[in-house]
Design a protein around this ligand. Structure first.
Ligand code: HEC
Ligand code: HEC
Length: 234
């Protein structure tokens, strides 16, 4: 399943033709799901990096999948919602639009799994790595990423456990600028505070809709800081 998902990802090639010729590898819904997971995660990471252009092609491919060949058992409207969200997001003009679109996709994933009573198996949240005294930027970002990923699993599965694990890691994230930060962009400290506050808020909301809204704000906060000049090595 994983191999099929990876193989079907469009190459990242600026000269590549529109991805409309990407076809499902077979009629197995699990392999579709793995593929969606890969594409949606890629889109999420593009937003986090602040590089909206990177999500356009994969999301167009998702939007163009021909679902007619899969037995969807009454879920056609949910699939349509996902594809519509993917298409809209692929056309995002700003980081905020891209962040909102990716979060909306995650909400559709979660609500279809919830509604159908089938979806990814719940996963145990791995323990967060203990924060050490030496608090450098890389550790800080590892922690941010860990949390953002838990919350993502929390939305798409959906899983309260994963969502709350990520939220509480952010809510407890240090707020001072790390000692080794490069020339901090203006608002660096404020952005760190915002991440923390969003973590707190994330821990307080329980519906998929509210969680998706908080997640959109979080992705945009990550993205805006990264997009500021820093050519982050992800
Ligand atoms: C139309 C409803 C629907 C939508 C929309 C949907 N899923 Fe699923 N998903 C399912 C069903 C049904 C299964 C269970 C498949 C099975 O058990 O064979 C599943 C399973 C999965 C799995 C587990 C696959 C495996 O290998 O067992 C993952 C991961 C997954 N979905 C991710 C996603 C993500 C990410 C999205 C959004 C981008 C998404 N899904 C959107 C219905 C949906
Ligand atoms: C206050 C600004 C700021 C915010 C907010 C922020 N980051 Fe970062 N991030 C940085 C800087 C600066 C770097 C380092 C860039 C570089 O390496 O050139 C970085 C790098 C990273 C890296 C790469 C780390 C590595 O080991 O190279 C990841 C992953 C990351 N951030 C994730 C996140 C996530 C997820 C969020 C949101 C939850 C987030 N960041 C929010 C400033 C920020």
């Amino acid at each position: 399943v994983r191999a099929a998902a990876t193989a079907a990802l469009p190459e990242h090639d600026a000269d590549a033709p529109a991805a409309s010729n990407v076809q499902p590898p077979d009629d197995n819904i699990a392999s579709f799901m793995a593929e969606h997971f890969v594409i949606a995660t890629l889109a999420r990471d593009a937003v986090i990096k602040g590089k909206v252009n990177e999500l356009r092609e994969p999301l167009r491919a998702l939007a163009d999948y021909r679902y007619t060949e899969v037995a969807l058992g009454g879920w056609a409207d949910q699939v349509a919602q996902l594809q519509q969200a993917a298409r809209l997001t692929s056309e995002a003009k700003t980081i905020e639009q891209a962040a909102t679109g990716v979060a909306a996709m995650a909400r559709v994933c979660g609500s279809c799994h919830l509604r159908g009573g089938r979806g990814p198996a719940p996963v145990e949240s791995p323990r967060e790595t203990k924060s050490t005294r030496a608090d450098d930027l890389a550790k800080r970002m590892y922690r941010h990423m860990w949390a953002a990923d838990r919350m993502w699993i929390g939305l798409t599965t959906p899983s309260d456990d994963a969502w709350l694990a990520g939220a509480s890691a952010l809510a407890r994230a240090p707020q001072r600028t790390p000692v080794d930060a490069p020339v901090p962009p203006p608002g660096f400290g404020r952005a760190l505070l915002e991440v923390r506050q969003l973590g707190q808020r994330a821990g307080e909301v329980s519906s998929l809709d509210e969680r998706a809204n908080v997640y959109a704000l979080l992705l945009a906060t990550c993205a805006n800081c990264h997009a500021f000049g820093a050519d982050a090595e992800f």
